[in-house]
Design a protein around this ligand. Structure first.
Ligand SMILES: Nc1nc2c(ncn2[C@@H]2O[C@H](COP(=O)(O)OP(=O)(O)OP(=O)(O)O)[C@@H](O)[C@H]2O)c(=O)[nH]1
Length: 366
């Protein structure tokens, strides 16, 4: 497979993508507005004072990935945004610097992800809370559910207090991570316990009415990490309510059961209609995106041109043997609509994109 044909805007950092599949980024492809940079935390304090700090000009809201060492922060970032296969994360080295990466793929999808080293010391004089938490949209705090999480709970509580002091608008998202190794009963019990302990901690610090935590059970070995990230990102999309209204209107006009608007590169869904999301449907839609991109890369490109495998001609229909039909249609260079129909209601919706864009046109949201 000629990975160079992959749309460069889908790999978010220069030359850092690893792993198989059509998303493998080769060379120094760089995303729109993308680029990863590293700078030292703690060891060279002057870097915080210097005007040359790489984050100085980043205008995007930050998403901070925080948590103890080896909790899985870098793995999450690599799997979601660089198509690294979960098994390859076994070879990731511990992060010793803050790794900052701008992700600005579409007008809905603009933020800056900061992957923190695990050994943060809030009492270190070089840790500048104001600068770190300023313009922060969300903190994703990763807890290794396979390990003793007492220390992680203490760090979470400290992180919340520090961050909340700087900004009241930060969203706190707790990923109870690595749940692939746990039975369903243990997962539920772990979530209950972490929820309880963090509520107690919030109460102790007097923040129980001011801070709201969201909890997600996640693993890089299934789609839970993509779903959780989707929900985090959606909270940072100002146009989300308008997009959801559009999707509701769209669904009501087309007899579609469920419609997702996807960022194709990461398989994060930017919005969906108001009917409940079930994990299986989401997984099916993600798999469909993979199939469409794989097949397009193999059969859809000629050797002469250097076009993307995903373009205005991209669409696909997959009929399943359980009376469900999936339909994917390109919406823009980086966005796809994936719809789920009951097969009996499916009448080739060649104009799905047009109906959607037509609805958008009559609304200011898009
Ligand atoms: N079972 C399981 N292992 C995971 C999961 N996510 C990450 N890991 C493993 O956890 C280990 C640590 O992952 P990292 O991503 O390096 O952790 P980190 O939080 O970035 O670590 P530091 O850089 O030291 O702060 C690796 O061996 C990963 O393969 C998961 O969902 N399930």
């Amino acid at each position: 497979m000629d990975a160079l044909k992959w749309n460069p805007s889908w790999s978010y950092a220069p030359g850092t993508s690893v792993g198989g599949g059509p998303g493998t980024s080769v060379g120094h492809s760089q995303g729109v507005g993308g680029g990863a940079s590293e700078y030292n935390y703690g060891t060279t304090p002057s870097q915080y004072d210097s005007d040359s700090r790489p984050d100085k000009d980043s205008k995007y809201p930050k998403i901070l990935l925080m948590g103890l060492r080896r909790s899985g922060k870098s793995s999450i970032q690599k799997v979601v945004f660089h198509k690294m296969s979960p098994n390859e994360t076994l070879f990731l080295e511990s992060t010793s610097l803050i790794v900052k990466e701008d992700i600005a793929n579409s007008s809905f999808f603009q933020f800056s992800i900061w992957d923190f080293p695990g050994q943060i010391d809030f009492f270190d004089s070089t840790f500048e809370s104001e600068k770190i938490f300023d313009n922060c949209g969300a903190i994703i705090f990763v807890i290794d559910a396979q390990d003793d999480y007492s220390e992680a709970m203490a760090t979470l509580s400290e992180t919340i207090t520090r961050a909340h002091n700087v900004s009241r608008d930060i969203k706190f998202e707790v990923f109870i991570h690595k749940v692939d190794g746990l039975s369903d009963d243990i997962k539920i019990e772990t979530q209950r316990d972490i929820h309880q302990r963090s509520s107690d901690d919030l109460m102790e610090s007097g923040l129980e009415d001011r801070v709201q935590l969201s909890f997600y059970l996640t693993s890089i070995y299934d789609h839970s990490i993509f779903e959780a990230f989707s929900k985090v990102i959606q909270k940072l999309i100002p146009q989300l309510p308008a997009l959801e209204d559009l999707l509701n209107l769209f669904v009501s006009r087309t007899r579609i059961e469920k419609a997702f608007l996807f960022d194709v590169g990461s398989k994060i869904y930017i919005a969906t209609d108001s009917s409940p999301v079930d994990m299986q449907s989401y997984e099916l839609c993600c798999n469909m995106i993979d199939v469409v991109i794989d097949v397009s890369c193999i059969y859809g490109l000629s050797d002469e041109n250097d076009e993307s495998a995903f373009d205005h001609k991209s669409s696909s229909v997959i009929k399943l043997n359980n009376s469900t039909t999936l339909y994917l249609k390109e919406i823009s260079r980086v966005l796809a609509m994936v719809c789920i129909f009951r097969s009996e209601n499916y009448a080739l919706p060649g104009n799905v994109k047009h109906i959607f864009l037509d609805i958008c046109e009559h609304n200011d949201a898009c």
